[in-house]
Structures are given as structure tokens and as C-alpha cells.
Design a protein around this ligand. Sequence first.
Ligand code: ATP
Ligand code: MG
Length: 318
Amino acid sequence: PTPKTLVTVGEIVVEIMATEIGQVFLEPGPLVGPFPSGAPAIFIDQAARLGQPCGMIAAVGDDDFGTLNIERLRSSGVDVSAIERLPGVPTGTAFVRYAADGSRAFVFNIPLSASGHIRLTEAGQALLSRADHVHVMGSSLFSPAVVAVVREAIGQVKARGGTVSFDPNIRPEMLERPGMREALQEILQACDLFLPSGSELFLFTKARHDAEAVAELLARGIRAIVVKRGAEGATYHDRDTTEAVDAFRVREVDPTGAGDCFGAGFVCAWLRGASPREALLQANACGALAVGAKGPMAGTGTTRDVHNLIAAHKEVRL
Ligand code: ATP
Ligand code: MG
């Protein structure tokens, strides 16, 4: 069968990282970057490296940060024809710092950047006409304009019998933006495959335990749920099966991008009809490769990298 074409819509940013754990942004300190980034951009970069035909509807400024991102995605094999270059607005930025407990805090410039002006251009429509699947990141639902494009993409793809995946990817810095919660609920209702982090299960349910939350979501018509559990791996649920797969034991260098790479690993396997277990293995491998490299896209692995990691860990277990 011909491989399915995967499309995402959302923010492209450069990421600039504090280099010291515990560093603050209230005084000067060492920074490293710019790195190509943005949750949907990391996701689609990972999908392309796994060989999936894929593209992105997005916008960048007419600046070096935009060029850096477009060239990175192009070199990974992403169809960049629907990434619009907008004069007069800058490419989005995200400054990130790390606390001692491993948590992260951000300073974002996204809604007021080129990403805030995403629209469905002719090139975007052409890409969408070829799409079999749309992936949505909750972090992309920061403005009514982007939500409108996401809604249109979902509508068109579903009308053709295509599918939708959704990773809520909540950043507390963004959750209270007007309309954000409503948009998250709307996309949740439209998705076939839901990919929350453990704690995100409860944002959308009345449940108090994981199993209760999963049952509630499946009852709403979501076909499959994949719960990401960081270093503990991930669990798949549908009406008939539950399947848990451990994470690979690797040294965590930089957690940024792990969830996005995991999502691409899972969705690409799911689109080719892999079993939940196979899909979780590929997804965990992509997540493990991502945490092993500094920089949001630095760890996106190819199919060969994924196979090598799985093979290496099989040997260790024997
Ligand atoms: P984010 O906070 O960036 O949105 P997330 O919550 O979406 O992240 P995580 O659960 O942190 O995603 O990570 C996704 C996947 O990456 C995990 O399910 C696991 O497969 C892999 N992973 C994450 N951290 C580690 C780790 N320390 N060791 C091995 N694998 C990891
Ligand atoms: Mg995430």
C-alpha cells in the first residue's frame, strides 16, 4: 500500500537555552542557540526522518531564524512548500531555562510572531489535498487564526476518511490564553488518536485515576489513547487492549522534544498498521534518542537509528 501522507499545522520557533541548571532570566547568563524548534516542527521533522511523506502548514519571518528552520526541515525530507515567509514579522522564539528538579520554564514570543499569522494559502491547500492524516499539538491552539486553519484541515481530511491525532502538549504559560481551553476540548472531540502525558489525562476528564480517565475518554469515541510516562515508558489503550512498554534506559541529556518525537514515532507506525506494541517500541525509541541529544531536533532519529537502538537493548537483556 502507498504510505499515508501526514500533515501538521502550527508554530515554528527558534529555541534559545540557558546552559546552567537553575539559571534565571532576571540577570544576564550564558545561553546557547538558536536551535530549530516548535512542537509541531519537531514532530514533523521526526516523521520525515522515519521516511513518512509529510508536510507542515506554518509561517516564519523573512529572517535568519526562519531560514534556519526551513532548511532544517527541508533537509530532513519535510515538504516545506506550505511554510509561508512573512515580511515584517519575526520568526517565533522560545527561551527556556531548567530548574534543579528537571522542570522547565519558558519565555515565548509566538502569538505576536509570524506563527500568529498562519493562514491557509494556496500551497497549504495543495498540501492538505494530499493529506491522509493531520496531527495537532495543543501548543498550536494559541490564536483563533491558527485554530481556524486546524479546524479546516481536520474537516477536509476527515471528510475524505482520513484520521487525526492530538497531543495536548500543555505549557502552563499558555493554558490561560483566551479560547485555549475551548480549542483543546474541540480538537480532543475530533481526534482518533490521543497522546497525553500522564497528568494531561485529567485536564479533560472528571476522573481521579488513570483507568477511570482512560475509560471516560474511550467512551467519548476516541479510538486509541497513548499515555506518555517519561522515563517510565508509555501505555496504549483502546476498547479491546491495553499494552505497556518500558522506556529504553538512556542517559537524559535534554528532555525537550522527547514527547514530540515519541508522538511521531507512534503515529508513523500506527499509520502503516503496526501493532500497538510495535508502535510503542518505535515511539519509545524515538523519545529515548531525543532525550539523548542537546537541542530540540538534535535527537530525531532515522528508521535505522531506531532499529539499532532496539537491537542494542535486546542484546543487553539477553
Ligand atoms: P513534554 O513535557 O516535552 O511535552 P511529554 O510529557 O510529551 O514531554 P515525556 O513523557 O516526557 O513526553 O516523554 C515522551 C517519551 O519519551 C516517553 O514516553 C519515553 O518513551 C521517552 N522518554 C522520555 N524521557 C525519557 C528518559 N529519561 N529515558 C528514556 N526515555 C525517555
Ligand atoms: Mg509533550
